[in-house]
Design a protein around this ligand. Structure first.
Ligand code: DQA
Length: 145
């Protein structure tokens, strides 16, 4: 199994970006712990982009490869209909997509209370810091995807 762990804008700055909000782990730290937590026959492909088109392309790739996705859409969560339409293709194809957030956006600014992705996600895990990713991967493995 290959799980695509896809990250949107500004998440390459984790560790130094508002650490009081997002914690002190870098995305590489999060990825290394994920890799260490899964069995040897599970591949984790961790990627990050600041580019909406590139992220949409990765969802197309997930459809073509039938690869489950853990997606932190970052700020795109709140307004990218293009990303949502791409996520809808995974739903239509029966491929799980878990939306994750380090923080719980509902406790934050009003503009973060809307997710245009959640309506087409298999589920949402938010507010557990780096463990949000871990919980999402655990569920995918438990669900046998
Ligand atoms: C985030 C929450 C978003 O509102 C924000 O734009 C991010 C990170 C999170 O993981 O908590 O960049 O997705």
């Amino acid at each position: 199994t290959t799980i695509l762990v896809l990250n949107g804008p500004n998440l390459a700055r984790l560790g130094s970006r508002e650490p009081e909000v997002y914690g002190s782990d870098s995305l590489a730290d999060i990825g290394a712990r994920l890799v260490a937590s899964v069995p040897d026959d599970v591949a984790i492909e961790l990627r990050q982009t600041d580019d909406e088109g590139e992220l949409i392309g990765w969802l197309h790739e997930a459809v073509d490869r039938r690869a489950p996705v853990v997606l932190n859409p970052a700020a795109f969560t709140h307004y990218s209909y293009g990303l949502r339409d791409a996520a809808a293709m995974l739903k239509h194809a029966g491929i799980p997509l878990i939306e994750v957030h380090l923080t719980n956006p509902h406790t934050r600014e009003a503009f973060r209370h809307t997710s245009v992705i959640s309506g087409v996600a298999t589920g949402v895990i938010a507010g557990f810091g780096a463990d949000s990713y871990r919980l999402a991967v655990d569920w995918l493995l438990r669900a046998g995807t």
